[in-house]
Ligand binder design. Structure first.
Ligand code: NDP
Length: 272
């Protein structure tokens, strides 16, 4: 069979978990395929994207700093990619490039896997790219979304684009919130950092799930505090695995079980 080629374009590109996940998926699906992480500096993105049009190329994942910059160089965008304003998956459809955002549906798939019945009041912490994907995804399935960010002006811009309500910590009706999503990067490099200093996680609804998009460390301080308060808490590994599953499905048409991606992503360290 003709080898299928897929890539990660990022800068830096080392330490990504994506090659391990997609190589495991090719093997599981019984397909001949390669997945290479390529360091693409920002000025080289247009030329790198043009190479994805070649026959035999499935497409690419995009990570920092390309997710927003790629929008202008693609032939079509899914509704999620257009609304979120970010592309993490490019699909080569016979020489035409389609941009998708699998972070947004990846989060919803992770929540469903965690047994959440979608809908109700959700609080999203953060206002960067991950928060934009979360807000769009949660609103698309009917959540009333409240956005809290360290820099309120950024949360204001986010809700102007995507809907939802910007709030400060003191104004959130915490007891009604059945979902708290940490889409801030607090805790990423400092395990004891918390996105909401002084916040008492036990003020959430007793059935609430705390979903921390950070996946390293495995248990963030926010997750530890949630579990100590008797709440359920999950890290972002399930979302990482589902966004990869959905990208692989878009490229190949094969829905490889999420457990294959999760097992391959399981090592310590690394970035998406
Ligand atoms: P951005 O840099 O775009 O945004 C970071 C956000 O975090 C900003 O809103 C920033 O606030 C806030 N923030 C940073 N440090 C702190 C702090 N100490 N206290 C409170 N808020 C803070 O990052 P991304 O949106 O791209 O990524 C955010 C996180 O989501 C990362 O940890 C990333 O790894 C993770 N992620 C996980 C995925 C998964 O599949 N599990 C997918 C995508 C992302 P301010 O506006 O004030 O600067």
């Amino acid at each position: 069979a003709r080898p299928r080629r897929a890539y990660l374009y990022a800068d830096p590109a080392a330490h990504s978990r994506s090659p391990a996940m997609h190589r495991a998926a090719f093997a599981h699906a019984g397909l001949t395929g390669t997945y290479e992480a390529v360091r693409v500096p920002a000025p080289e993105l247009p030329a790198a994207l043009a190479r994805l049009r070649e026959p035999g190329v499935l497409g690419a994942n995009l990570s920092l700093p390309h997710k927003e910059a790629a929008l202008a160089h693609l032939d079509s965008l899914t509704e999620a990619a257009r609304a979120v304003g970010a592309v993490n998956t490019v699909v080569n459809r016979k020489g035409r490039l389609a941009g998708e955002n699998t972070d947004a549906p990846g989060l919803l798939a992770a929540l469903e896997e965690a047994g959440v019945s979608l809908g109700g009041l959700a609080v999203v912490l953060g206002a960067g790219g991950a928060a934009r994907a979360a807000v769009w995804a949660l609103r698309s399935v009917g959540y009333d979304v409240r956005v809290v960010n360290r820099t309120p002006a950024r949360a204001g811009a986010l809700v102007r684009d995507l809907g939802g309500t910007m709030q400060v910590t003191g104004d959130v009706p915490w007891a009604d919130a059945t979902l708290l999503v940490n889409a801030s990067s607090a805790g990423l490099d400092a395990p004891d950092e918390t996105p909401l200093p002084g916040f008492d996680v036990s003020s959430l609804h007793p059935e609430a799930l705390v979903y921390d998009m950070v996946y390293q460390p495995r248990e963030t301080r926010l997750m530890r505090e949630a579990r100590a308060a008797g709440l359920r808490a999950e890290n972002g590994l399930s979302m990482l695995a589902h966004q990869a599953r959905l990208a692989f499905l878009a490229w190949t048409g094969v829905d490889v079980p999420v457990s294959v991606f999760r097992a391959a992503a399981g090592g310590e360290g690394g970035r998406p």
